[in-house]
Ligand binder design. Sequence first.
Ligand code: ADP
Length: 194
Amino acid sequence: MSGVSMKSRILLLGPPGAGKGTQAATLTEALDIPHISTGDMLRAAVKAGTPVGRKAKAVMDSGELVSDEIVIGIAEERLSEDDAREGFLLDGFPRTLAQADALDAMLGRLDVELDCCLAITVDNEAVVGRLLKRAEIEGRADDNEETIRERMRVYDAETAPLLEFYGNRDRLVEVDGLGTINEVGERIRKSLNG
Ligand code: ADP
C-alpha cells in the first residue's frame, strides 16, 4: 500500500486490552499516517516530568481519566501538526462525549472530516487476562488487577457511549478483537476497504 488510502482519518475505539496499540502500529505503517496515542503522549509527559505529566501521573496510575482539558489540549496540538494534515489514526482519544465534541470542533477548525470510527470489540474477562500478562512483560504502573477493573468500569461508563455517538453518524465500523494479532489485523483491513 502506498500513499494515503481513502479512509485515512481514523479513530480507534475499544476497551483497555482490546489490542488498539498493536493494531494501530500496523495500520498506521500500512497507510503511512501518524499514530496519535494520547496514552503514549501522556506517558512521555510523565517520564519527562513536564507540568502535564506531573498532573497526570497519579490519575493514570489509578486507572481514572486525565481531565478533558488536558487531553483535548494535547490532542489539538498534535492534530495541528503538518504530518496529520492528510490523515491520522487517533488511539485513545476521544474517551468521553465532551472529548468527542471537542474533536468535532477541532476538526472543523482544521477543515477536515473523520472518515471512520473503528471499534474493536472484546469480552471484558478475556481482556483482564491479556492485560495481566502485559503487566508482567511491560511493567506498566496501571496494569494491576484492581486498576484494570477500574479502567474497564471507566470505559463502560465514559467511553462506550461514543459507539452510539459515531454509530448515529454512520461512521462506526465494528471489528471482533478476538483472535490472533494477524486475524484481527486482517478483519480491520477488510472492513476499511469495504
Ligand atoms: P489503555 O491501555 O487502557 O488503552 P492508554 O494507553 O490509551 O490506555 O491510556 C492510559 C491512561 O492514560 C488512561 O487510563 C488515562 O488515565 C490516560 N488517558 C489516555 N488518553 C486519555 C483521554 N483521551 N482522556 C483521559 N485520559 C486519558
